[in-house]
Design a protein around this ligand. Sequence first.
Ligand SMILES: [Zn+2]
Length: 93
Amino acid sequence: MLLRQILTGLFFFIKIGYTLLTMVNRMRHNRSQRGSTRSHHALKGLALTKCSECNSAIMRHQACTNCGKYRGKTVVELKSKTKSKSSKKVETK
Ligand SMILES: [Zn+2]
C-alpha cells in the first residue's frame, strides 16, 4: 500500500515535469518564426522633400528650418545666423 502511494506520487511529479517541459517547448519560436516577425522591424529612411522657397531638404508637413516657411507662407520668423553671431560678439564686448 505504501509502495503504491509512493509510486503514484512519483508518477504525478514526473507528469507535472513533462507537462512543464512541453509547455516551454510549445512556446519557443523557431528561426523562421523569429525571422518573419523581425522582417517588419527594419527602420525606414526619412521622406524628405525640397522647400519651394530655398530648395533645402525639409521634412513633410513641417515648416522649413532654413527659411521658416510652410507652403509659401512665413510661419516661423527665423533670425539669420550672421546677425545672431554678431549680436553675441557685441554682448561679449
Ligand atoms: Zn525653405
